[in-house]
Design a protein around this ligand. Structure first.
Ligand SMILES: Cc1ncc(COP(=O)(O)OP(=O)(O)O)c(N)n1
Ligand SMILES: Cc1ncsc1CCOP(=O)(O)O
Ligand SMILES: [Mg+2]
Length: 211
């Protein structure tokens, strides 16, 4: 009897790093450091409209994640996720609906959905086929200063009422990570707390060790 393959969905746990917009030529080097440190999931988040560059960077990051046995998620763009054969896509309220994303990425890939500070959005996302939900910003975020605030109590409440894995995002650092995990988050999504650290690999290793 052959062992069934481990699903992507079962790997939604641990440090989830998101690439910084300003990485420039060092994008791959920075991503490699975070993955070497232990990040289990990496999201390509690029708000530019440079299609060719986005495609090339997504392809390169996808290969890098495969080499590190990490999941690769594309932000906002389900068509790009499908094109580069990423493990999934992350969508928010401006990025189309779950049914459209599912039609683009197919039944097996991961769809993550931003639910901000609203549990009812998460319940609806779960019912519509989301594979994980994200709440935040838990703490003030230098990357997204205008992000709506989600309290830690929401993570606790969500953990009791949802079946899908929960990601926390927004201002997560080595100083507050333990509280977020204790509240019930399966994943910590982090940009500056890893990529603005003096030693990216060490910051990722420290945060990964909290799980
Ligand atoms: C893991 C994760 N959680 C939340 C977000 C935010 O998504 P969205 O609300 O669509 O905002 P942008 O990131 O697109 O500016 C995310 N990207 N990843
Ligand atoms: C994309 C996003 N959505 C809510 S906060 C945030 C930014 C997270 O970045 P950081 O970890 O630097 O606060
Ligand atoms: Mg988005």
């Amino acid at each position: 009897m052959t062992t069934p393959p481990i699903s992507r969905q079962s790997r939604l746990h641990g440090l989830y790093v998101i690439t910084p917009q300003d990485a420039g030529d060092t994008l791959l080097e920075q991503a490699a450091a975070a993955l070497t440190g232990g990040a289990r999931i990496l999201q390509y988040r690029d708000k530019s409209r440079d299609h060719d560059r986005r495609l090339a960077q997504a392809q390169a990051l996808c290969r890098l994640c495969r080499d590190h046995q990490a999941l690769f998620i594309v932000n906002d763009d389900a068509a790009l996720a499908a094109r580069v054969e990423a493990d999934g896509v992350h969508i928010g309220s401006d990025d189309g609906d779950i049914a459209t994303a599912r039609a683009l990425v197919g039944p097996e890939r991961i769809i993550g959905v931003s639910c901000y500070n609203r549990l009812e959005l998460a319940r609806r996302a779960e019912a519509a086929g989301a594979d994980y939900v994200a709440f935040g910003a838990l703490f003030p975020s230098g990357t997204k200063p205008g992000a709506v605030h989600a309290p830690l109590s929401l993570i606790r409440e969500a953990r009791q009422s949802l079946a899908v894995p929960i990601t926390a995002i927004g201002g997560i650092t080595q100083d507050n990570a333990d509280r977020v995990i204790q509240a019930g988050a399966h994943m910590l999504a982090v940009i500056q707390g890893v990529f603005s650290a003096p030693d990216i690999r060490a910051a990722a290793a420290d945060l990964s060790a909290r799980f």
